[in-house]
Design a protein around this ligand. Structure first.
Ligand code: MZP
Length: 497
């Protein structure tokens, strides 16, 4: 007979947080949501931490380069979906790594031999009045000068006049060196009362422009997650079939974190994939999963995973539990795996962060998942609703929605994620194709969500994720107490009146 676990497996909805003592220090401004993403030894700092405990799901309908940039700017990290060609996935990784907040690659360039007429045509075509003059007219050519509206007068100047005769030459321009930070660039802009600062490499080739007007915009991202070269951090999903071709291309593109994307990670395929990466690409981190119990965690921990993802069948678009009868309530899975992580840490001195993946519906579920021991959370539905997700925004039944489909749906055809080895291709779906309510900009929604989490943490009397994990108290709720928790026994007014 099978081993029967009589303890019911539970979901986030079945718990609440009991307030702890809130002291005067416990204000939202003092709450720090920084959290480790990759394993570290006792007494050492993790090599990668994020500033908000959120990562976006490894899904076609969620994590492309656009969402990755938006999320890393706000303090989280994305895992670009692996259910695409190696080339296109590597291109998306490159596009995130190339992105430098406030450093803009020049999109209007001209040679010194061009005429004023060509300048006017270029300005009309591109809409840019700031034109870079480079030896070969390219965005990264040898920088010779700038043309702005102040350098010519269409009323009096001949249209045949050459750029080199009216541009502001490099000798009269303040420039910055490639590699300086945005703050340093802005100091130069302010000290010299500039509108534009060209950034040049050591051979005087144009790399970027930094514009005075962009500064305020970038000051709004104090949480952004950067690597040692001040580039945004990005992750990517891989599978255990083509990893020997995919991983080198992603590493070459500059990826920081990899994650084996599988609905069931307790497998020898994952162990082999981790070993391959540790032996051949020791400069990149590898997460594994998903698992839902102590045994699965211990297996992947011993295999060398840098972080471990938890959750089977709880995703909003997931029908794995109905199709295969496997899975576990997400709250119970997190609680058991967090205990295993702490036990492993006590035994080995190695802390392996765990990620709660799927099933988050309410913002308070996020605080619960962290309190239950998750170090960070992976979410699909949450991010799919925003402008920055890669899917279409449609009007359905009078409301705006965004498309959101599972990796196990016919639409995604990510059969590797559900691959059980052997040669048989998959015969049934484990995910659905759906809509989610459109919710606007990622930043606006994150600000609200983070505000709620910080406020709950203040109620618990904690200021960090670690304190939330160790000091908070949770209680199970009965179905009748859930009714008590909503507005009840009143006639709620229609808020549209
Ligand atoms: P959610 O945030 O939408 O509830 O869940 C997202 C998670 O669901 C993903 O990170 C992934 O682990 C899982 N997922 C993705 N596709 C499927 C599927 O098609 C799925 N079944 O379960």
């Amino acid at each position: 007979m099978a081993k029967i676990i009589n303890e019911v497996s539970r979901t986030f909805n079945e718990y609440l947080i009991i307030p702890g003592l809130t002291t005067k220090e416990h204000t939202p401004d003092n709450v720090n949501l920084q959290t480790p993403v990759v394993k570290f030894k006792k007494g050492e700092e993790p090599k990668i931490s994020i500033n908000i405990p959120f990562v976006s799901a490894i899904m076609q309908s969620v994590s492309d380069d656009g969402l990755s940039i938006a999320l890393a700017k706000e303090g989280g990290v994305s895992f670009i979906y692996g259910s695409q060609s190696i080339e296109t996935q590597a291109e998306m990784v490159k596009s995130v790594k190339k992105y430098k907040a406030g450093f803009v690659t020049s999109r209007a360039n001209i040679t010194p031999e061009a005429s004023l007429l060509e300048v006017i045509e270029l300005k009309n075509k591109t809409g840019f009045s700031n034109i870079g003059v480079t030896e070969d007219g390219t965005a990264n050519g040898k920088f010779l000068g700038l043309v702005t509206g102040r350098d010519y007068r269409t009323k009096t100047d001949a249209y045949s006049k050459k750029v080199k005769d009216f541009m502001t030459p490099i000798s009269d321009i303040v420039t910055g060196k490639d590699g300086i930070s945005l703050n340093e660039a802005n100091d130069i802009i302010w000290e010299n009362k500039l509108n534009t600062l060209p950034i040049l490499d050591e051979n005087e080739h144009l790399k970027y422009f930094v514009f005075r007007k962009d500064y305020e915009n970038h000051k709004m991202h104090p949480n952004e997650v950067l690597d040692s070269q001040k580039r945004l951090i990005v992750g990517a999903g891989i599978n255990s079939r083509d990893h020997k071709e995919r991983v080198p291309a992603l590493v070459e593109a500059g990826v920081d974190l990899l994650c084996i994307d599988s609905s069931d990670g307790f497998s020898e395929w994952q162990k082999d994939t981790i070993s391959y990466i540790k032996e051949n690409h020791s400069n990149v981190f590898i997460g594994a999963g998903n698992v839902v119990d102590r045994e699965g965690f211990m297996y992947l921990a011993k295999a060398g995973a840098d972080f471990i993802k938890v959750g089977v069948g709880g995703g909003s678009i997931c029908i794995t539990r109905e199709q295969k009868g496997i899975g576990r309530g997400q709250a119970t899975a997190i609680i058991e795996v967090a205990e295993a992580r702490d036990e492993y840490f006590a035994q080995t001195g190695e802390y392996i962060p765990i990620c709660s993946d799927g099933g988050i519906v309410q913002d308070y579920h996020m605080t619960l998942a962290l309190a239950m021991g998750a170090d960070f959370l992976m979410m699909g539905r949450y991010f799919a609703r925003f402008d920055e997700s890669p899917t279409r925004k449609l009007m359905v039944g009078g409301n705006y929605v965004k498309e959101y489909w599972g990796e196990g749906s016919n639409r995604a055809r990510n059969w590797q994620r559900y691959d059980m080895g052997g040669n048989n291709s998959l015969k049934f779906e484990e995910g659905v194709d759906s809509y989610v309510p459109y919710a606007g900009k990622l930043k606006d929604n994150l600000d609200l969500t983070i505000g709620k989490i910080k406020s709950t943490m203040c109620s618990c009397g904690v200021s960090t994720v670690k304190e939330l994990q160790t000091n908070s108290k949770l209680t199970l709720v009965s179905s009748t107490s859930i009714i008590e928790g909503g507005a009840h026994d009143v006639i709620v007014k229609d808020s549209s009146n």
